[in-house]
Design a protein around this ligand. Structure first.
Ligand code: SAH
Ligand code: SF4
Ligand code: F3S
Length: 569
């Protein structure tokens, strides 16, 4: 009953929204009035979706799009991916959906019939890149129309920028034919079919439960030794600077069973590393699976803006199961919010040799006052307590962070606190950003974007300088140590092999024959684990000499993670 009431309220509130966000533009089929459109809109049943049922079936019936569209087939799609790792995984979901409908993929622009651009809206700069790409695609489309009328080009914008700008995108950029938000990818075959008759189609409806759990992503790079798996979508944290909750909607977790199936499937394909993805993976909860375990409380000094979840299968439980699928498969996860890092998660990372010992603890700022304006739910002191706790619980753990400078009202003194935090904590990896005001966010409503661009630039440059100096020192300290490296491929220019260590740092080394576990000699290839002695260090890459072929279990058999710096050869 409560669900019914909630759904009815949602429908009342959203009838205008649905009309606005999900219309198809066509001179031929322009609908006559707003009332007509609402009448043709979805009914209550379209929003009542059981957990066991996919949100939309294979050939989705979207009530506000005409039925009489034919599905295009054998059309070649060119993908452009911008933004975070989640966008890469979403593109693999899109490709899976389109492939099933008979579309083909191409990496050659001239062969393409459809360009699909997976967009990002996190900062102004991310969107500018996409506008530039659209300039190019508009020209390409015009030239193709002059050259070959039989083979017109269609352009689709997908993802976060599509969701943020909705129909405004088409008003601003007439060359765009399709706009699809992160929760409407199942609808893409139909949206693309609509464009065959010269229509423009938009579906940016966000869902409360779409997780694409039943869509097996088709990897864009089948040769890659690593893969990404989205375990949840959306975000409920509402940090005041961030657009993500508005572009990706409410947080929802994918069922554990479908995640585990995907991990097994990837292991069978020879994938050696998976990264579990979400905006805040440690608030993962599969309500359909009850483990009977107690809930963990937030650590002292951390607050959350939403109600803590009760029961179900937690992130720690998921990690335990995922890391058990294949002990020779490395497991990483990102992103995590510092507010919920229970000891259960830390212990699994510490105890399982295949759990990579790099934790992403995005601080965002070093000043408690700025953190409060950002609504991060912790102070500098609470964050530092967490860092010390994590370091005690996982000896030798690596840390990474995200930091923003120039947030609304950030004074020189407040910025210096970010610098001292960067100085104090030895981050192995840091992603550093100048603040970019986003419409709709709480900061946009509440604060002034009052730090001048020039000052943001200077602060950003100072953060980068400090981070580079510190990583240089940290990396130099690794010279002489032996790292477990997973080989990814070769460096284009030099032909040297390139792999990643536990901390996801690049390690380069020469190809040669090295000892295998059965004492024969073999050259190295992508997907091999090798022990590499570090002999040189730059701020973002290590160089080494490969010593012998190994495996995760073999490498950590004699030397535990905490003692890994003992030279073995
Ligand atoms: N959910 C993840 C990542 C979110 S987006 C997390 O919370 O860690 C990646 C990063 O972009 C954020 O961590 C933040 O540092 C940065 N970011 C988000 N909004 C921004 C904005 N408006 N301006 C500048 N950087 C921003
Ligand atoms: Fe954005 Fe905060 Fe959610 Fe990360 S946790 S996606 S920064 S709102
Ligand atoms: Fe960008 Fe959306 Fe990812 S805004 S960072 S693509 S979640």
């Amino acid at each position: 009953m409560a669900l019914l009431q909630r759904t009815q309220r949602f429908l009342r509130l959203s009838s205008k929204y649905i009309f606005y966000t999900c219309r198809c533009f066509s001179d031929a089929t322009k609908l006559t009035s707003r009332r007509d459109k609402i009448k043709q809109g979805p009914g209550l049943k379209d929003f009542i979706i059981g957990d066991s049922e996919p949100v939309l079936l294979d050939r989705p019936h979207i009530p506000y799009l005409p039925e009489n569209v034919t599905f295009a087939s054998k059309r070649k799609v060119y993908f452009d991916v911008y933004g975070c790792q989640m966008n890469l995984n979403d593109t693999e979901i899109v490709w899976s959906i389109l492939k099933k409908e008979g579309f083909e993929k191409t990496e050659i622009e001239d062969e393409a019939d459809i360009f699909l651009v997976m967009t990002c809206a996190i900062r102004e700069g991310a969107e500018s890149k996409i506008w530039h790409r659209l300039d190019h695609l508009r020209g390409f489309k015009r030239r193709r129309a002059l050259k070959n009328k039989e083979k017109p080009v269609k352009i689709g914008l997908l993802g976060c920028m599509a969701e943020r700008l909705k129909t405004k995108l088409i008003e601003k950029e007439k060359a765009v034919d399709v706009v699809a938000g992160p929760d409407s990818y199942r609808d893409l075959p139909r949206l693309l079919a609509l464009t065959d008759s010269g229509q423009t189609a938009v579906n940016v409806l966000l869902s409360l439960d779409e997780t694409y759990a039943d869509v097996v992503p088709v990897r864009l790079n089948q040769d890659s030794v690593s893969a990404f798996i989205s375990i949840m979508r959306g975000c409920d944290n509402m940090c005041t600077y961030c657009i993500v909750p508005f572009t990706r909607g409410r947080e929802r977790s994918r069922r554990a069973a479908s995640i585990l199936d995907e991990v097994r499937h990837l292991a069978e394909q020879g994938v050696k590393e998976v990264t579990l993805l979400g905006q805040n993976v440690n608030s993962y909860r599969d309500a359909s699976a009850d483990t009977g375990r107690c809930d963990t409380k937030l650590a002292k000094g951390f607050k959350t803006v939403y109600k803590s979840k009760k029961g179900g299968l937690r992130f720690a439980d998921l990690l335990e199961q995922v890391s058990a699928v294949d002990p020779e498969m490395r497991i990483r996860f990102t992103a995590a919010h510092p507010k919920d890092f229970p000891d259960e998660v830390l212990d699994i990372v510490n105890d399982r040799p295949n759990m990579c010992k790099l934790l992403h603890l995005p601080a965002q700022a070093g000043s408690s006052a700025v953190l409060q304006r950002m609504r991060r739910g912790y102070s500098r002191e609470a964050y530092l307590d967490l860092v010390r706790h994590v370091q005690r619980r996982i000896p030798g753990v690596g840390l990474s962070t995200d930091m923003i400078c120039g947030f609304c009202g950030e004074t020189d003194e407040e910025f210096e606190e970010t610098m001292t935090l960067l100085q104090q904590v030895d981050y192995n990896v840091a992603f550093l950003f100048p603040y970019s005001m986003r419409e709709k966010t709480a900061a946009h409503r509440r604060y002034q974007d009052d730090v001048p661009e020039q000052v943001k630039k200077q602060r950003h440059a100072r953060m980068i300088d400090l981070y580079r100096q510190k990583s240089q020192t940290l990396n130099e300290a690794e010279i002489g140590n032996t790292h477990l490296v997973l080989i990814e491929g070769a460096v284009h220019k030099t032909g040297q092999l390139l792999g990643r260590n536990e901390f996801y740092l690049k390690v380069v080394f020469e190809q040669q024959e090295i000892l295998t576990q059965d004492n024969s000699k073999k050259t190295m290839k992508p997907g091999d684990y090798v022990a590499v002695k570090i002999v040189g260090a730059k701020a973002s890459v290590l160089s080494g000499i490969a010593l012998y072929h190994t495996s995760i279990s073999e490498f950590y058999r004699e030397v535990s993670w905490g003692e890994r710096n003992v030279l073995r050869v």
